[in-house]
Design a protein around this ligand. Structure first.
Ligand code: ADP
Ligand code: TRP
Length: 331
């Protein structure tokens, strides 16, 4: 798979959490050896729901630090802020928007969800979200996309946009595929839907959280609704207990199985089980705390600027092809 190009982005909308780790950061060191990688911080996509200027610029630096702490090597991968190539993406977005029916964008479940959640801010950018995402991928002729389960619907739309474009213009742009086995969904600590940094801080575990904070958040986490008393047996399955489901991501299988056995016999209670989960999560989060302050803000900005330059060159090559296919004059 050496000739594949991987594209992945994370919105700069707050502190990254352990769900983002699974959806977008896991295995970066390895992926960089397998593919030509483009990793970026989606600050333009962040504007659809998080328009606070100060938080946005801090968010970009924060996400960049987490990417670097996860093992991103800017010498190997192209690493940039999405807005560094805003002109190129805006141009591609305009072209792609001409082949995508509005009805399909309005029916997109994530659009409907956001419109319901923020009825006072149903902006035009929110409707075009999947089109801009397609531009992000096509700008580098991306063939593989690393995202969590919640983004697969957007990737499917990206594939449909590329197919329509190729059909209409006789072009050969690649249809992007999801990175195999990556479509996971780490649940929220409330047990309702996926963990998300747009939700209140008590509902997710940030990669910045200290051990005491992880423990405190887990103490309040939703677990097994049918287990009311300590001496009742629990239901350690993905559907039966949210804490068990979280264990499946963070605790080694043999330890998890042994705990599930004891839970079934009411030999272990939720307090001890959550304490073990806190330990497992701490093992993942601790290196992030150590690594993320390694570089100064200036160094991070410098890395992003250099990546932005390379990303621009790549996007401009694709735009020339797209313009030619559409019959736009090169004058
Ligand atoms: P959030 O919803 O927390 O703001 P983003 O939309 O910025 O997250 O997502 C960044 C990446 O992390 C995407 O690839 C997304 O699929 C992934 N991701 C987000 N939340 C989760 C989760 N709970 N489980 C797995 N992957 C996730
Ligand atoms: N929409 C993605 C999210 O919310 C972020 C993103 C934007 C992205 N453009 C992308 C991910 C292109 C992969 C490829 O998580």
């Amino acid at each position: 798979m050496a000739s594949h190009t991987l594209v992945s982005g994370i919105r700069a909308t707050g502190e990254l959490h352990i769900g983002n780790y699974y959806g977008a950061l896991k295995g970066i060191s390895l992926l960089q050896h397998q593919f030509d990688c483009y990793f970026f911080i989606a600050d333009l996509h962040a504007l659809t729901t998080h328009p606070n200027p100060k938080q946005l610029s801090n968010g970009v630096i924060g996400v960049a630090r987490d990417y670097l702490a996860a093992g991103l090597d800017p010498e190997r991968s192209i690493f940039f802020a999405q807005s560094s190539i805003a002109a190129e993406l805006g141009e591609l977005h305009t072209y792609l928007s001409m082949v995508m029916p509005l009805g399909e964008l309005l029916r997109c479940p994530t659009f409907k969800e956001k419109a319901k959640k923020h009825p006072d801010n149903v902006n035009y950018g929110l409707v075009g979200y999947p089109v801009l995402m397609t531009a992000d991928i096509l700008a580098h002729r991306g063939t593989i996309v690393q995202v969590g389960e919640d983004q697969l619907v957007h990737l499917e739309m990206a594939r449909s946009i590329v197919r329509r474009f190729n059909q209409q213009y006789g072009a050969f742009l690649p249809e992007p595929q999801p990175l195999p086995d990556n479509a996971v969904k780490v649940p929220s600590l409330t047990g309702q839907g996926k963990m998300s940094k747009s939700d209140p801080v008590e509902t997710y575990i940030s990669l910045k959280d200290e051990p005491e904070r992880i423990q405190a958040k887990l103490k309040k986490a939703y677990s097994d609704p049918l287990r009311v008393y300590r001496d009742q047996p629990g239901h350690p399955t993905a559907d039966g207990c949210n804490v068990y489901q979280l264990h499946t991501f963070f605790t080694e299988e043999d330890v998890r199985r042994a705990m599930a056995d004891r839970c079934l016999k009411a030999e272990i209670g939720c307090v001890a089980c959550k304490a073990k989960l806190a330990e497992s999560i701490e093992q993942l989060v601790e290196p992030f705390r150590q690594q993320r302050e390694r570089l100064s803000d200036r160094e991070v900005m410098h890395i992003l600027a250099a990546g932005g330059q390379k990303a621009r060159e790549s996007a401009q090559r694709v735009i020339s092809e797209v313009r030619a296919a559409m019959g736009l004059l090169m004058v």
